[in-house]
Design a protein around this ligand. Structure first.
Ligand code: PA5
Length: 446
C-alpha cells in the first residue's frame, strides 16, 4: 500500500491542469527510460530497481555488523560527505529521540565527521572520542574525497592509539568502490570489513545501499521495514506513469510546470524539526541532479514554524519566483494536550484540549493559504506518520521524481560535473602534486 499522497490544488491558480498534463508524454518516455535503464546517465540507474534487489540475507549481514559494533561502541562515527552521509542522517534524525545525546537509547550515539573541514569540529570530536568507546564507518564511493579522507586519517590514528591496530581494525567498516580508490586499497591493506557501493548507484541515490543502511542499523532502526517501504513504492511506480494516478509523475510534472511559469526556486517545507535532514538530503538530491547547463530549479528548505519567524517574511512578500512543497506528517508519536489555566493570562485557553500536533496542523494550513495569497504556489506531500516504512516510500518517491524531473529538463540527473570546480582550485591552492600549472594560474589571480 502506498502511504504517500500529493495535493497540487494550491498550484492551480498559477499553472493550469493543461500545463501540467502537457508533460505526460515526456513523463511516459522518462519513466520508460528509467525503468529500462536507458537515456542520459544510464550507467547510474542501479537505484531504480535497487530496493527489490536487496535480499534479506544481505540485510541480515548489515544488521549483524551493526549489532557487533553497537555492542562495543557508545559512539558511532559516520565519516562521509554529500550522498555518503546525508541519507543515513536524514533517516536517523527523522526517527531518533530528539535529545538522543541526553537519553539512553540502548544504541550508540551517532556522530558525523568528514562533512566539513573545521579544525574545531575535529578537536571537539576527538575530545568526545577520548572519553567514549567508539567505532567508525568511513564511506566514500570514489575513495578519494578530501573531506572524509582527512577526517579518517585523523580518526584512524586516534582509534589505533586508543585500542591498538588489530582492535582498531575490527572497529572500522569501510564502504567504498569494489576495486578502485585509495580507501579500497587502504581497507585491503589494513584488513577492514568492507561493503561495496554499487558501480551503477551514485552517491546521492545510495541511501538504500550499505552507505545508508549500516549507520541506520547501528542507530537501531528497522532497515527491513525501510527497504520494504521502498519496494512498495518501486512496485507501485512500475504500474503506471499516468500523472492522474502516480504521485511521482504528478510531482515531477507540477514542479516543472511551475518552473516554466517562472517559479525557479522550490522550497521544501517541513513542520517538524526531525525532518531537517530529510530536507538537506532532498536539497542535495535535487540540486546536484538538476542544476546544470545553466538551468534547474534551485532547491531550498525551511523548517517551520521556526523559519516563519525568519524566512517567512521573504516567502510572503519577497521576489515572486518561489513555490513551496510541504512535506506534511499526519500524526505524531506522542500526545500532549494544552492544559487549561484559571487566569488565562497568556490567552491560550481557547486551544485547551487541542494537541500540539493540531496546533501545528493549523499553522501549516494557515501558512499555505497565506503564502498562496502572497502568490507562492503550494504542493503538499503527505505521509500519515514518520516510520521506517513511510520513509522508505518517500526515499524512492523523491529519487524517481528527481530522475524524471531531470529528463523533463533535458539534463543528465546522475552526474555532477560542477562539483569538481572547487576541488581543482582547492588542490591548486594547496599545492597538490600534479596541479603545478593550475597552482601558478590561480596564484596569479589572488
Ligand atoms: O551524490 C554524489 O555523488 C556526491 O554528493 C557524493 O556523494 C559526494 O561528493 C561524496 O563522494 P564520495 O562518496 O565519492 O566520497
Amino acid at each position: 500500500m502506498i502511504n504517500i499522497s500529493l495535493d497540487i490544488n494550491r498550484t492551480l491558480e498559477f499553472v493550469s491542469k493543461k500545463q501540467i498534463n502537457a508533460f505526460q508524454g515526456k513523463i511516459i518516455s522518462g519513466h520508460h527510460q528509467l525503468l529500462d535503464k536507458a537515456g542520459k546517465g544510464n550507467d547510474f540507474m542501479g537505484w531504480v530497481d535497487l530496493p527489490s534487489s536487496i535480499s534479506n540475507e544481505f540485510l541480515d549481514e548489515i544488521k549483524a555488523d551493526a549489532d557487533r559494533l553497537s555492542a562495543k561502541a557508545e559512539v558511532f562515527v559516520v565519516i562521509g560527505i554529500g550522498g555518503s552521509y546525508l541519507g543515513s542522517r536524514a533517516v536517523i534524525e527523522a526517527l531518533q529521540h530528539q535529545f538522543s545525546s541526553l537519553v539512553n537509547t540502548g544504541r550508540p550515539k551517532i556522530v558525523y565527521a568528514g562533512q566539513n573541514i573545521s579544525e574545531d569540529y575535529m578537536a571537539d570530536l576527538i575530545d568526545v572520542l577520548d572519553k567514549y568507546e567508539y567505532a567508525v564507518t568511513v564511506i566514500s564511493k570514489s575513495g578519494t574525497t578530501t573531506e572524509p579522507a582527512l577526517a579518517f586519517r585523523i580518526i584512524k590514528n586516534h582509534l589505533e592509539a586508543k585500542y591498538g591496530k588489530a582492535e582498531a581494525a575490527s572497529r572500522i567498516i569501510a564502504i567504498t568502490d569494489k576495486s578502485r580508490g585509495a580507501l579500497k586499497t587502504l581497507s585491503t591493506n589494513e584488513g577492514y570489513k568492507t561493503y561495496v557501493v554499487p558501480d551503477d548507484v551514485g552517491g546521492r541515490y545510495s541511501v538504500l545501499t550499505p552507505v545508508g543502511l549500516l549507520p541506520i542499523a547501528v542507530a537501531g532502526f528497522d532497515i527491513y521495514a525501510l527497504v520494504a517501504g521502498a519496494v512498495e513504492m518501486e512496485k507501485f511506480n512500475r504500474t503506471t506513469a499516468d500523472i492522474g494516478q502516480n504521485p511521482i509523475a504528478l510531482y515531477a510534472a507540477t514542479r516543472n510546470a511551475l518552473y516554466q511559469s517562472g517559479k525557479t526556486i522550490e522550497i521544501m517545507v517541513n513542520y517538524l524539526p526531525t525532518l531537517y535532514f530529510v530536507t538537506e538530503w532532498w536539497k542535495q538530491l535535487y540540486g546536484e541532479s538538476e542544476g546544470k547547463e545553466n538551468k534547474g530549479i534551485f532547491p531550498a528548505g525551511v523548517s517551520n514554524t521556526t523559519d516563519l519567524h525568519s524566512m517567512g517574511q521573504y516567502i510572503q512578500e519577497g521576489l515572486r519566483n518561489i513555490f513551496e512543497t510541504v512535506l506534511s506528517v499526519g500524526s505524531s508519536k506522542h500526545k500532549i494536550s494544552i492544559p487549561s489555566d484559571d487566569g488565562d493570562l497568556d490567552g491560550l485557553n481557547y486551544i485547551t484540549e487541542k494537541t500540539i500536533t493540531e496546533v501545528n496542523y493549523f499553522a501549516e494550513l494557515g501558512t499555505a493559504i497565506a503564502h498562496v495569497d502572497g502568490k507562492v504556489p503550494n504542493i503538499r506531500i503527505s505521509i500519515p506518520e514518520l516510520n521506517e516504512t513511510n520513509l522508505g516510500q518517500l526515499i524512492y518517491f523523491y529519487e524517481f521524481a528527481c530522475g524524471l524531473s531531470g529528463f523533463l529538463l533535458d539534463v543528465n540527473p546522475f552526474d555532477q560535473p560542477g562539483v569538481e570546480a572547487y576541488k581543482a582550485n582547492m588542490f591548486a591552492l594547496l599545492g597538490k602534486p600534479g596541479f603545478e600549472e593550475a597552482t601558478k594560474a590561480i596564484q596569479a589571480r589572488i
